[in-house]
Ligand binder design. Structure first.
Ligand code: SF4
Length: 166
């Protein structure tokens, strides 16, 4: 299956799994303040963890790979609260590297604050799931208007909460 991935960066892909409206904001380049406390916390986790490893490799200006560790593509998250979204985001990175760069690599999720890790392999089933997801995302993201806000636990920590709920 041939899919145009040039519209889909890692931030948008991850956000879509948590809230399609947030992803729409990112897709349309409406970025929250860089000073939002949860973004700052995320940056701190990134800066304070694995400082000796090779960090943050940009691929085609779309994927920001946190680091390579022991030949694994690693994604660092500040908590495992949205583990499924993180797993899909990392799977998307592996999918992109395979299909756009010819690199078949396994991945690992790192939750340094919780001292947890999880391996992610790009199985045929996971590839199929990604392709279905990507084809569903495109019309939502390209729509003229964002999806309506849906209250969730994530809103409390979302940097767009003032836009949605004030
Ligand atoms: S505040 Fe809630 S509804 Fe609005 S973008 Fe964030 S998560 Fe989505």
């Amino acid at each position: 299956m041939s899919i145009n991935l040039s519209f889909l960066n890692g931030t948008i892909f991850y956000a879509y799994q948590v809230c399609p409206r947030e992803a729409w904001f990112y897709y349309h380049r409406l970025n929250p303040s860089q000073e939002h406390e949860f973004l700052a916390l995320g940056r701190l986790v990134h800066e304070g963890s694995y400082s000796r490893a090779r960090k943050e490799i940009m691929v085609d200006n779309l994927l920001k790979i946190d680091l390579f560790r022991d030949e694994l593509v690693a994604e660092v998250k500040k908590s495992s609260r949205h583990k499924e979204a993180a797993r899909l985001q990392l799977a998307y990175y592996l999918y992109y590297l395979k299909n756009e760069k010819g690199l078949e690599l396994p991945g690992i999720l790192l939750f340094p604050k919780e001292r947890k890790t999880e391996r992610v392999e790009l199985t045929p089933e996971l590839e199929q799931k990604l392709e279905k997801l990507i084809s569903e995302m495109l019309p939502v993201l390209e729509s003229e208007f964002p999806p309506p806000p849906v209250k969730s636990r994530y809103c409390r920590t979302c940097s767009f909460q003032e836009v949605c709920w004030s």
